[in-house]
Write a protein that binds this ligand. Structure first.
Ligand code: PLP
Length: 301
């Protein structure tokens, strides 16, 4: 008799197809450029996150190729075992300098970084206040943490403050976290980080900003949303990605040395995974060089 165990998959896929919601992978048959071939058709590409055109930049490619020649391709292990090489550490130093933070830690993707930091910082019995339009990786990080999640309407500081007041008895920096995209990934608008920073100080919560779409783009020097808004608060935990404007792959957390040491010890998506190939780190360093030394590309954008 034929097994019926996986019939639910046929049923689900048929349902998705009927409602026009079945996802399919487009095929890009060229490097990431303003014009690409998608499914064989010449197309103007307006949906990529390669905002500065660095994904196919000669200096970025050259850095990756030299690193492959020097280090080979794979890193072979987790950073905590034998996968911690010079480009990983150099990239973290560069990121910390770029962001003006004490230290930085590289994660394998923005998704890893978000699930890794939220689940390390809060846990069962704690509370996370999260903007309703936050990225899916933040949503998943909140679920993984097992903390109670209070979602506030998009950028609504009045509702957020109401929620903070309601939970005051519970709020200590160790048990509560406000979290927001810096630039929201679908709408492209900017989070009210000045107000969020004030609320986090007033109610004694941690605050984290996901600068996936602002790194390399916003602010006079491309440092991100805080620079763009003129917010100076070294306590804000800043996450950003290397795979969008920087044209590479991976992500980072910038913050205090003790926060980074804590994550190295507590963040499971950092601990239990093979580290990025060193060539990816070398390419990211070259991309940061370009962002720092060629402001014209940001002005053109
Ligand atoms: C706001 C935001 N955070 C995190 C991510 C995840 O980053 P990554 O693509 O490096 O996993 C994305 C995009 O995918 C994003 O838009």
């Amino acid at each position: 008799m034929k097994s019926r165990i996986f019939d639910f998959i046929d049923e689900d896929l048929t349902g998705l197809k009927k409602s026009g919601l079945c996802r399919q992978l487009p095929f890009i048959d060229s490097p990431q450029e303003p014009r690409v071939k998608i499914n064989g058709k010449e197309t103007i590409l307006l949906c990529s996150n390669n905002y500065l055109g660095l994904a196919n930049h000669p200096k970025v490619k050259e850095a990756a190729i030299s690193a492959i020649e020097k280090y080979g391709f794979g890193s072979g292990a987790s950073r905590l075992v034998s996968g911690n090489m010079e480009p990983h550490m150099e990239l973290e130093e560069r990121l910390a300098r770029f962001k003006g933070s004490e230290a930085a830690l590289v994660f394998n993707s923005g998704y890893h970084a978000n699930i890794g930091i939220i689940s390390a910082l809060v846990g069962r019995g704690d509370v996370v206040f999260s903007d309703k339009l936050n990225h899916g990786s933040i949503v998943d990080g909140c679920i993984l943490s097992r903390a109670e999640v209070k979602r506030y309407p998009h950028k609504d500081m009045n509702v957020l403050e109401g929620l903070l007041k309601k939970h005051t008895s519970h709020l200590t920096p160790h048990t509560s976290l406000i979290i927001t995209d810096g630039v929201f990934s679908m709408d492209g608008d900017v989070a009210p980080l000045k107000e969020l920073s004030e609320l986090s100080e007033k109610y004694g919560c941690m605050l984290m900003a996901d600068d996936a779409h602002a790194t390399g783009v916003l602010g006079a020097n491309g440092k991100g949303t805080l620079e763009h808004l003129g917010v100076e608060n070294p306590e804000i935990i800043q996450m950003g990605t290397l795979g969008k404007a920087l044209g590479c792959f991976g992500a980072y957390i910038a913050g205090s040395r003790k926060l980074i040491d804590y994550l190295i010890n507590k963040s499971r998506p950092f601990i239990y995974t093979t580290s990025l190939p060193p060539a990816v780190c070398a390419a990211s360093i070259a991309a940061i060089d370009i962002v720092e030394n060629e402001p014209q590309i940001r002005q053109d954008l």
